[in-house]
Write a protein that binds this ligand. Structure first.
Ligand SMILES: CC(C)(COP(=O)(O)OP(=O)(O)OC[C@H]1O[C@@H](n2cnc3c(N)ncnc32)[C@H](O)[C@@H]1OP(=O)(O)O)[C@@H](O)C(=O)NCCC(=O)NCCS
Length: 193
């Protein structure tokens, strides 16, 4: 964890420097197409099978599109964080500030690069950002059928808080199984990520 970031009074506006030197930055509207493509690839694309967890077989649809990403980038109290290497975009997540928590979502690592700790570093960066927003908790939603992913979040100290809502179809996602639900998980942001 960067000492600099630990003491930042405000969310970093430009670049979050990670302990290993890999920069994580806030997306702009110019990144929207690439972010939407990455999110689809990781969540529901054929290539998602190169990763270790996927929504394929659970939900059909694109998950997001460039317009939706642009809306997140432009919204107040909202940031899309990106991790890149010399070849381009590696990972992303979206964070929104609420009164009592920051909501973490659209979390994706390029399938061929999963399992190397990139996801953990993006989650760390989001946690630092939420800490700078001075909200007590980081929250997220996870599909009830994704047991391996729930276990991953539990290993990161997230707990299921007993809240759930049915997965509702929209133009970007169609459930492929009965009984799909989104479970809420939460973790204090002061906890060391
Ligand atoms: C979830 C996701 C962002 C994690 O990114 P990542 O870069 O793979 O994460 P990390 O490399 O930091 O961690 C990999 C973990 O997967 C575990 N893992 C690897 N292969 C696995 C497998 N076959 N089954 C279960 N866990 C596995 C590793 O043990 C490691 O966990 P650990 O650090 O507790 O030991 C990434 O898998 C992804 O983009 N998934 C598709 C989109 C998605 O589901 N997003 C979240 C929606 S809530």
């Amino acid at each position: 964890m960067s000492d600099v970031l630990e003491t930042l009074p405000e969310p970093p506006e430009d670049v979050v420097v990670q302990p290993d030197g890999q920069p994580i930055r806030a997306a702009t509207a110019d990144d929207a197409e690439e972010v939407a493509a990455l999110v689809h690839a990781a969540y529901r694309g054929e290539e998602s099978h190169e990763g270790w967890t996927t929504e394929v077989g659970l939900v059909a649809g694109t998950r997001t599109d460039a317009d939706a990403v642009r809306a997140l980038v432009a919204a107040p109290d909202s940031v899309v964080l990106l991790a890149e290497d010399d070849d381009g975009l590696l990972a992303c997540c979206h964070l929104t500030k609420h009164d009592e928590h920051a909501y973490f979502g659209m979390f994706a690592v390029r399938p061929g690069h999963q399992g190397r700790g990139i996801g953990r570093r993006v989650l760390d960066a989001a946690t630092l950002w939420a800490r700078a927003w001075q909200v007590p908790d980081l929250r997220l939603s996870v599909l009830n059928e994704r047991h391996e992913l729930i276990a991953w979040y539990q290993r990161r100290d997230f707990v299921l808080i007993g809240e759930s809502e049915p997965f509702v179809e929209d133009e970007l996602g169609r459930p492929l199984r009965e009984g799909l639900a989104l479970l809420t998980m939460s973790r204090p942001v002061q906890l060391e990520p």
